[in-house]
Write a protein that binds this ligand. Structure first.
Ligand code: ATP
Ligand code: MG
Length: 560
């Protein structure tokens, strides 16, 4: 197993400490982990955290990490998700050792179940799903024993074989572990091991009509693969006694399950069920909508695998649930793109500027620095002419005291160019400013005046005749509240959707961005980091703003 690139962070968290102890004590002689997604949706940033734990711990200890699909519920699972998950794991930079499916083990799991029946540790129960729930009891009340609990081994073996043979309708019978209906931990109250589901499975087709539950499948799959450390999120903590019970009763190799806190991100939901709802009900354009926390969404938004891995390394693993500020994720991307993204000029809300003393039809090339953080990135030539576009925001007819950019009579510097002075304002019949008349000072080429006079602002621009039309998609958080799930009884997280999460603007970019491949990053000077979207065509480039230049995280952390 290997990691294609990225930071090596030798942290010493509680999981690594436990792994080290297990090696030292001889409980295990090697480290084998697995990443076990259920193919019922696309991977999201929370899964990236789980992968960082599973794959990187295996790598650090010279072990292996399998990709195992937890495909035990045919109703929700699809091949489409299997393919997408494999692609996303690879995209993130992880390479699995073994590729397995829980469904590979259906026959073996069936035999394990038979073994438990023979030991008197499992029985076929005829309670309906509603009755099962009712008999289970609550946190404060013990459960009740099923009237079918004391069937003979022979009867159980016969009924279980007939369940498999398809003799009974869906929901009519289950196979349950015989543990303790009075257990404080509800998971131990005779949990269901098999249920009848009449649905085609994406891999086993109609070979089976009984399917193991997560609880019965997971630990046994881990055991079969010789997984030493079964690392999972905190919601499985209460399942651990059951995980251990099955392995003990089956007398098979017992991995160690260790739980860590799930990743929660502010202004985001990280549940496949909720993400599916956003997609199915059209609140976003798809699983890869750049506002989605899916790996596909993040990729389209402009996130790189290394930025996501860097984020996972920064957050680390902990035992207690917490919410990570989404600004921290943005920080990881900004940090990287600052070092790698070429700078270009683009104007997203254009205002026409005519330099009245610049010769009509003349073009000159101005030298611009590609990346001040990376001298090796060199320079490029940017065309300049009589008609330019600047940002509407960089001009005010009536500037307030602290506004230093362009205004009537005022002089500013054009980035890499000249000083210009606004001499006149052209308005439409509604009174909107539609064009500025300016003069330029030929002696200020390169950005300084021989007479030493100063200007207070430098603004970016694009030459109108050379400009490429671009569509820019500007994103804000998908939700207006830090915790979208913090809703009143009966309300939905959908109520927290941000109606302004996407703004589309039409602007112009300098010609150097022509022919940008999809996924190419730039810093549009003063506007943020952008990436070319798959919707781009040579005639019309489309850019997503990946992240703005303002670093809320570094500021909050006292670094900015
Ligand atoms: P969801 O609730 O979004 O459906 P899940 O836990 O059902 O997520 P799985 O496909 O079963 O999704 O998850 C595969 C692995 O990823 C599991 O080990 C799970 O613990 C882990 N995982 C899922 N979500 C997160 C998260 N937000 N943070 C950390 N690990 C996660
Ligand atoms: Mg799950």
């Amino acid at each position: 197993m290997s990691l294609t690139a990225g930071p090596t962070v030798h942290t010493s968290d509680f999981i690594r400490t436990a792994v080290r102890e297990d090696l030292a004590s001889g409980r295990f002689t090697c480290v084998r982990t697995r990443f076990p997604p259920e193919p019922n949706g696309y991977l999201h940033i929370g899964h990236a955290k789980a992968m960082a734990v599973d794959f990187e711990i295996a790598r650090e200890f010279g072990g292996t990490c399998n990709l195992r699909f937890d495909d035990t519920n045919p109703v929700k699972e699809e091949q489409e998700y299997v393919d997408a998950i494999m692609e996303d794991v690879r995209w993130l930079g992880y390479r699995w050792d073994g590729l397995y499916f829980a469904s590979d083990y259906f026959e073996q799991l069936y035999e394990f179940a038979v073994k438990l029946i023979r030991k008197g540790k499992a029985y076929v129960c005829d309670l309906s799903p509603d009755e099962l729930r009712e008999y289970r009891g609550t946190l404060t009340q013990p459960g009740r024993e099923s009237p079918w609990r004391n069937r003979s081994v022979e009867e159980n073996l016969d009924l279980f074989a007939r369940m498999r043979a398809g003799e009974f309708p869906e929901g009519s019978r289950t196979l349950r572990a015989k543990i303790d209906m009075a257990a404080g931990n509800i998971n131990l109250r005779d949990p269901v091991m098999y249920r009848i589901i009449r649905a085609s499975h994406h891999r086993t087709g109609d070979a089976w009509c009984i399917y193991p539950t997560y609880d019965f499948a997971h630990g046994q799959c881990d055991s079969i693969e010789g997984i030493t450390h079964s690392l999972c999120s905190l919601e499985y903590e209460d399942h651990r006694p059951l995980y251990e019970w099955f392995l003990r009763e089956l007398e098979i190799f017992a991995p160690r399950q260790i739980e860590f806190a799930r990743l929660n991100l502010s202004y985001t939901v990280l549940s496949k069920r909720k993400l599916l709802k956003l997609v199915k009900e059209g609140y976003v354009r798809g699983w890869d909508d750049p506002r989605m926390p899916t790996l596909r969404g993040l990729r389209r938004r402009g996130y790189t695998p290394s930025a996501i891995r860097d984020f996972c390394a920064r957050i680390g693993v902990a035992k207690a649930d917490s919410v990570v500020d989404i600004a921290m994720l943005e920080h990881s991307l900004r940090d990287e793109l600052n070092k790698t993204a070429p700078r270009v000029m683009a104007v997203l809300r254009p205002l026409r500027v005519v330099l009245e003393n610049y010769p009509a039809g003349q073009t000159e090339m101005l030298e611009a620095v590609n990346n001040p953080e990376d001298p090796a990135a060199g320079t490029r030539q940017v065309p300049f002419g009589r008609v330019l576009y600047i940002e509407q925001d960089d001009f005010m007819e009536d500037p307030p005291p602290k506004f230093y950019r362009l205004a009537p009579g005022r002089e500013v510097r054009l980035r890499y160019g000249y000083f210009i002075r606004c001499t006149d304002v052209v308005k439409d019949t509604a009174g909107n400013v539609v064009e500025l008349r300016c003069t330029y000072d030929p002696d200020t080429r390169g950005g300084s005046a021989p007479d030493g006079r100063k200007v207070k602002a430098t603004i970016h621009w694009v030459s109108a005749v050379h400009a490429l039309p671009v569509e820019a998609r500007l994103y804000d958080h998908l939700f207006t509240r830090p915790d979208p799930d913090d809703v009143e009884e009966g309300e939905s997280f959908l109520g927290a959707l941000n109606p302004k999460s996407l703004e589309v603007v039409e602007g112009f970019a300098e010609p150097s961005v022509a022919d940008s491949p999809i996924g190419k990053h730039y810093q549009f000077e003063r506007l943020g980091y952008f990436v070319t979207d798959p919707d781009s065509t040579p005639a019309r480039l489309v850019f997503n703003r990946a992240v703005t230049l303002k670093d809320a995280w570094a500021r909050a952390a006292g670094q900015g």
